[in-house]
Ligand binder design. Structure first.
Ligand code: NAD
Length: 246
């Protein structure tokens, strides 16, 4: 028996990294996974995997999000995973970068939650909403993560307020706050820095366990929060950071 048998698990940013690992983990635990991403090509790599259906979705597009939600009959778990890391202090962050970061990292959750919460309430069977934050948020000040940290702190605030607003409908809202996770975008960010080898060492050193997390390790936490094993858990931020915040 799978831990997510009978559940419909919808997520964004499923084409790579933590989203992809979570989609695979949820399907392995018996969920019907509706895996979405803006990158149609990459998303296709999930095609044909038992339990996974793919749908192209840009979470910046309110109309597309609403149409997508209207096309889904039942949803038990919503994992809002999409996000983007802007590098730099506030002095390096122009308004375009600030606005884009909030649009993708926070407003996308506003769009998805507004589209899916009424459906979940109407179902009357409760549900789990998981939002992707980061330890670089209100939990820890990370250098050169000015707008990123602000968006991920906003995710924690939004998650807690939604948890308070919809608890009577048995909707649970939690967020995941990873440290550094070995994903394609992390590798890309490190390779774009002036001294990638040293930067790699510095990034690794932040985690006191002395390594990056794998995307699969974050997927295990997502499965727990999606499952009924976490049925008494709501409004929390789950730090999974290899000791970075110690
Ligand atoms: P990633 O950055 O490697 O991939 C992100 C995915 O999001 C891609 O498949 C991309 O196509 C998709 N995407 C981008 N814009 C989109 C849009 N408008 N609509 C739909 N999909 C879109 O993945 P990752 O590193 O696993 O990061 C996933 C999430 O985890 C992000 O929110 C990130 O901030 C967060 N996070 C990552 C780390 C890390 O170290 N990798 C740490 C903490 C938090």
């Amino acid at each position: 028996m799978g831990r997510l048998d009978g559940k419909v698990f919808v997520l964004s940013a499923a084409a790579q990294g933590i989203g992809r690992a979570s989609a695979l983990a949820a399907a392995k635990e018996g969920a019907r996974v509706i895996a979405t991403d803006v990158n149609a090509e990459k998303l296709k790599e999930l095609e044909g995997i038992p339990g996974i259906e793919i749908r192209v979705l840009d979470v910046l597009d309110t109309e597309a999000v609403n149409q997508f939600a209207a096309s889904i009959d039942k949803v038990d778990v919503l994992f809002n995973c999409a996000g983007f890391v802007a590098n730099g202090t506030i002095l390096d962050t122009d308004e375009k970068t600030w606005d884009f970061s909030f649009d993708l990292n926070v407003k996308s959750m506003y769009r998805m939650c507004r589209a899916f919460i009424p459906k979940m309430i109407a179902q009357g069977t409760g549900g789990s909403i998981i939002n992707m934050s980061s330890v670089a948020s209100s939990i820890k000040g990370a250098p050169n993560r000015s707008v990123y940290g602000a968006t991920k702190a906003a995710v924690i605030g939004l998650t807690k307020s939604m948890a308070a607003d919809f608890v009577q409908h048995k909707l649970r809202f939690n967020c995941v706050c990873p440290g550094t996770v070995d994903t394609p975008s992390l590798r890309g960010r490190i390779n774009a820095l002036p001294d990638p080898e040293q930067s790699m060492k510095d990034f690794v050193a932040r985690q006191k366990l002395g390594r990056f997390a794998s995307a699969e390790e974050i997927g295990h936490l997502v499965v727990y929060l999606a499952s009924d094993e976490s049925s008494f858990v709501t409004g929390q931020e789950f730090v999974i950071d290899g000791g970075w915040s110690l």
